[in-house]
Design a protein around this ligand. Structure first.
Ligand SMILES: O=C(O)C(O)[C@@H](O)[C@H](O)[C@H](O)COP(=O)(O)O
Length: 223
């Protein structure tokens, strides 16, 4: 793990966006396309604002969420909505958005089709994740119905997840896909998450899902 502590959140967002953009740019020197995977939640918005202005050939970048809440895009909790408002604008408007949400009542009804599409944009080139105080990444929650299945080495790339701590059904990329990313970054803020991250270093992925990706990750932290 590489831990970067920034003097404040603004500088962190600038440093992070710069790093993600360089990794994508370097990949595009040798590959036709690159895949950027990003989280939803409340933390990454400012990094998306900066990244969207980056001068990349976005027409060769696939963007996919690490996880989504099964709500319509007009809902404030929609991660797709966050992406459309904050990342897929400006220069980044030309990126290809791989959706992991469909207009079906349940994730299961659309799962086979979404899995087939997601497979086409793997592996992830640049992975950005958030983390909860309970150590979850994406929507891999300890107490979720498909937790064990999402950790399996042969898990499909995308699975539905229902957890008592999440107000709506979720879909999430699974352990093998996240662990196989070429570059991994974790974005966290505040003392509680820093302490959780320190504890996670001595836990197993079953106890702390962040451990699935932590060894090879760069963690970006500011107060
Ligand atoms: O859609 C989501 O909820 C996520 O992708 C999730 O894994 C998130 O990154 C963490 O829960 C941290 O969320 P915050 O940034 O809101 O603390």
């Amino acid at each position: 793990m590489n831990f970067i502590e920034y003097p404040d959140r603004d500088l962190m967002m600038i440093g992070l966006a710069d790093r993600l953009s360089s990794e994508l740019e370097n990949t595009l020197l040798t590959q036709a396309r690159a895949t950027l995977c990003v989280p939803g939640g409340t933390t990454p918005g400012p990094a998306f604002d900066l990244l969207s202005a980056s001068n990349l050939d976005w027409s060769r970048v696939n963007v996919v969420l690490s996880d989504e809440r099964w709500v319509t895009e007009d809902q404030p909790r929609s991660n797709t909505r966050l992406l459309k408002e904050r990342l897929l604008v400006g220069n980044a408007e030309r990126a290809y958005l791989q959706r992991i949400r469909a207009e079906t009542a349940t994730p299961e009804e659309a799962m086979d089709a979404m899995i087939a599409e997601v497979r086409l944009i793997l592996p992830i080139t640049v992975l950005l994740l958030g983390m909860g105080n309970d150590y979850h990444i994406a929507s891999i929650f300890h107490d979720a119905d498909n937790f064990e299945k999402a950790l399996a080495p042969d898990a499909p790339p995308l699975m539905a997840m229902r957890s008592p701590t999440a107000p709506e059904p979720r879909v999430t990329l699974t352990a093998p896909v996240l662990a196989n990313a070429m570059h991994t970054h974790i974005l966290i803020t505040g003392p509680e998450k820093r302490e959780a991250l320190e504890r996670a270093r001595n836990l197993s992925p079953r106890e702390a899902p962040v451990k699935l990706v932590l060894n090879d990750a760069t963690v970006h932290w500011a107060e």
